[in-house]
Design a protein around this ligand. Sequence first.
Ligand SMILES: C[S@@+](CC[C@H](N)C(=O)[O-])C[C@H]1O[C@@H](n2cnc3c(N)ncnc32)[C@H](O)[C@@H]1O
Length: 435
Amino acid sequence: MALIERDSSELLQQKQRTVTVEISDMTFGRLGVGRVGGKAVMVPFTAPGDLVEVELIREHKSYLEGRPLKVLRSSPSRRTAPCRFFPRCGGCDWQHITYDAQVALKARLVARTLSHALGLEIDPDEVLEPAPREFGYRSRVRLKVDKGGQIGFYEAASHRLVPVDECLVALPRIEIESARKLVHALGCGAREIVLAADAKRLVATIYLQGDLGIREIEQAARFVEHNFGISGVILRDARRREVIGEAKIVVEIEDGLALEIDGDCFSQVNHELNRRLVALAMEMGHVGQGVQLLDLYCGAGNFSFAAAKRGAMVLGVDNDPVAVQCAERNLQRLQLGNIRFVATNAEQALSFLARAGYRPDVVVLDPPRAGAGPLMAEVVKLRASRVLYVSCNLPTLARDLVQLRGLGFKVERIRGLDFFPNTHHVELLVSAVLT
Ligand SMILES: C[S@@+](CC[C@H](N)C(=O)[O-])C[C@H]1O[C@@H](n2cnc3c(N)ncnc32)[C@H](O)[C@@H]1O
């Protein structure tokens, strides 16, 4: 990477640091893409169809980076972002684009990336289901707390705090003012606060800078007693975890099947679309009576419980002991006999299960953003006839599917759900069968 002032590019020689760019596309991120001097130029917070005056700030081998100076002609898909913290707040990166255009752009990105990686024809008009609402959908937000007790999100690609007092994509029950009161009641000492909500409750998890002591526990207990809109608090330091009050949220994964999940445990953030995700996973996995299903990265059992309810024999694996405790508590409450949960790393579980001769019919893989990567070869050793890959990260999904194809699997169906409106992120579900 070289600063363009010191570079000998043609553009620099012409001293043409300010250029006019027509934006034609988006990256899988916050950047609009146009072309200048035969090279791609990436410009944040632009939309396809914009004509923008851009200051070129850096040159990379295959593209230029630009800073938008002025929108000379607005794209028909541009709008004034409804949130007053946009674009400084790094939480949303596509809020300046109308919702219909966001869906069309995401669908095109998904179809293009996966067609390119897998050599398949994917129709962008068929691949993505829009969200029922573009604001007020997120059931969990992770806020940063600075040394002065201010709460907010980081700016994109930075550690600069943008203090906020509301978040439009969060459920209305997620009141940031309540979190601010809690942080102040605790006399600061918080570095991060996670707010998780369902229809009735708001739960706060405070990640402390220092050690958790009796003082923090007493203050949090007093706060919960006075009921400032937070029903439960979980206090965590590097080693300890203390639960105060009612600190579980309820996630109904399908009609008649609700899970109680601790506020500091992973749960899918779009509860409405999660019901669709679970239903699609069961359908695409042909999950039914007697099917042996390995739910790798199972969290609190989002897919495990739906599968067990259909009569599948389920083994759920997750390396977060809190998630597995939640899963086990739900198992006791729901009285299902055909599930086992194990708290361990996916890596260790796979090697143990292969040695033990475990042969599932279906493996559900729902890894964190980094993907399952080197584990794909280990998954295949279990000789399941079907893999269902659930992902919130298109690039790592594409990478892992290429591996899976190389290991003898054929991609059968791809579905996207717009879990995260106003951001470039998307939830994807892919079923692949052993050929
Ligand atoms: C995207 S979440 C999916 C959880 C669950 N499937 C759901 O739908 O709610 C990923 C999960 O992977 C777990 N995890 C992360 N790294 C892991 C690893 N190396 N081995 C096992 N589980 C892991 C996390 O604790 C988290 O619960």
